[in-house]
Design a protein around this ligand. Structure first.
Ligand code: APR
Ligand code: ZN
Length: 225
């Protein structure tokens, strides 16, 4: 059985990482135009680095929750081939043991050189004074996809969703495209697992509502038989 799982900030909420659009979510406390766009980075790289340094620190200090751990269990099944696509930039899926995780919005723990395009493991703290370890340019940035930039691995992701027997979206408000549009490409079963109906809830055939640490382990134990 081929399953594609798409996760959003809701799967990491109970690890203390917060979300974007819930009450006191990140975008209620920061102006995304200042900290999550190429223009914002060009205007004030120190502000953007400090925003991601704070999120990286939170991520390092957090631990995977039972939803991450349950999703990692699916890798152990011989009967299920799961591809885990995440909008999240934290590394909690990997730390829970999930294998092929596709970070369509990039990864907090990775750095990118805006000049030569090389990537490396990000230091805990990044700054505009850093130099690229490959080309020495003073052009390092967090390897995250900002608004207005193209998400990673979309051809691979769209192909996997179209070929899946089941497409499951977990902990996402479905407010941001192209992630929110993936459900339209699904040809098999579709399931939304979220705290409450998302903006695309009516595009899913089935729904399970509640905190991910309850709903996800329950669902995984059912599909693992
Ligand atoms: N369990 C399950 N779902 C939860 C929980 C929880 N404990 N807490 C919150 N949620 C749900 C909310 O109901 C909401 O639908 O998670 C969703 C979080 O939505 P957003 O904050 O919009 O996060 P996300 O959908 O991942 O945002 C998508 O937007 O800002 C960009 O790049 C950023 O990847 C992000 C993208
Ligand atoms: Zn470089």
């Amino acid at each position: 059985m081929k399953i594609v799982v798409l996760t959003g900030a809701g799967v990491s909420a109970e690890s203390g990482l917060g979300t974007f659009r819930d009450k006191d979510g990140l975008w209620t406390r920061y102006d995304l135009n200042e900290v999550a766009t190429p223009e914002g980075f060009a205007r004030d790289p120190a502000l953007v680095h400090s925003f991601y340094n704070a999120r990286r620190r939170n991520c390092i200090d957090s631990t995977p929750n039972s939803a991450h751990n349950a999703l990692a269990l699916i890798d152990k099944s011989n009967a299920i081939n799961v591809i885990l696509v995440t909008q999240n930039v934290d590394d909690l899926h990997e730390r829970a043991g999930s294998k092929n995780v596709i970070h369509m919005h990039g990864a907090l723990m990775r750095a990118l050189c805006a000049d030569c395009g090389k990537r490396w493991d990000a230091p805990d703290e990044m700054s505009p004074d850093d130099h690229c370890p490959h080309c020495q340019a003073q052009a390092t940035r967090p390897d995250v996809v900002w608004f207005g930039e193209v998400p990673y691995a979309m051809p691979q992701i769209t192909e996997a969703v179209a070929a899946a027997d089941l497409f499951v979206a977990i902990g996402t408000s479905a407010e941001v495209y192209p992630a929110a549009g993936l459900v339209e490409l699904a040809r098999g079963e579709t399931l939304e697992i979220n705290l409450e109906p998302s903006a695309r809830a009516n595009a899913f055939a089935a729904h399970r509502f509640g905190p991910a640490t309850e709903t996800v382990p329950q669902w995984v134990s059912e599909i693992m038989g």
